[in-house]
Design a protein around this ligand. Sequence first.
Ligand SMILES: Nc1ncnc2c1ncn2[C@@H]1O[C@H](COP(=O)(O)OP(=O)(O)OP(=O)(O)O)[C@@H](O)[C@H]1O
Ligand SMILES: [Mg+2]
Length: 367
Amino acid sequence: MKKSGKESEEDLQKQSLLFRQIWKSQKWWQNIIDAIKDYLFVLDNKCRILRTNKAFANLFGKEPADIIGTPYYELYGMKEPHEWCVVPNDKNQFGPGSVERKINDSIYLISYFPIFHEKNDAVVYIMKDVTETRRLKDQIYHMDKLSSLGTLTSGVAHEINNPLTGIIGYTEMLLMKDHDDTSKKYLKGVYDSAIRCKKIVENMLTFSRQKPPHRSPENINDVIDTTIELHEYWLKSNNIEIIRNYQEVPYMDLDRQQMQQVILNLIINAEHAISGSGRRGTIEFKTGYDKNTRTMIITVSDNGIGIPQEILPKIFDPFFTTKPVNVGTGLGLSIAHGIITEQGGTIEARSEQGKGTSFIITLSKTE
Ligand SMILES: Nc1ncnc2c1ncn2[C@@H]1O[C@H](COP(=O)(O)OP(=O)(O)OP(=O)(O)O)[C@@H](O)[C@H]1O
Ligand SMILES: [Mg+2]
């Protein structure tokens, strides 16, 4: 039946009202997904973007409308989807899930939720940047490991200290008596090994830090200078050049001895790294103070062999060493880490294999 002009006008009005309502509702949903700060996108079975929020589009310097229909992996400059990308091909084997992956320099928790709807199957993806959470989790794990190991090592170190003092004392007494050359050589061997054990025990005790820090106002440039002086003989005999790149810094409440120990551990490590590189060595000390954040930054850089990326996360672990048994105990950096974190600061390493390493320490001025 043919509709009258009035009726079809009414239909048109209804239709336009309906369109407006749909448009409004779409806009409403877009606003809602744009309000989500995690990266949200919906993919079809060819990994093309059906919907996305502002946060995800902005990640590539675009707006949501610009990337609809684009295979998402092209935005990452790839020809194929990532291995974690699942598409709705097999309904029976496919449910919601999540994976954690590193993309570029950030770690993401990627959750996916398949939607099976007639022929319009799709998968909703939500990517959450968990880089910072992961870093804090690792830090807590590290601190936890350090504190339980600290309790254990201090007990063991104390137990070993007494018999060791006996061994050293008696060997010293024996060495003062007359012996044939072979016996003397053997006794000297016992003595040297016992002294080395003593050094390890001392390191373990420092590591577990029985003594509370004793803080007083110190100038970090001065602390570094005296530490360099203490070690000057070794630096000179290894022909290592010291570069001082100091800025004027305010006095800060620090435990001078502990800070010297941190700097000394870094210097000794740098020396080892330089001696392995075959180059003329330089160690650069840089200090600075950021007035806005009230943070002191100390950087110690060397041009030694560098640290391979795969061992970089382990270097602050207690007893982690790449040095031969009679050279390293693997405690130097964990002691440094303990001292700095107790002070409320941070210490981290950046390194390029074959080029050198920098240790960056930050300390906040409290008062
Ligand atoms: N400046 C550096 N250059 C290259 N590698 C380094 C540097 N500093 C530390 N490392 C690496 O980190 C490891 C751990 O250092 P750490 O100071 O904790 O122990 P160590 O030097 O091996 O032994 P210890 O300090 O107890 O005598 C080292 O064995 C080395 O592989
Ligand atoms: Mg060391």
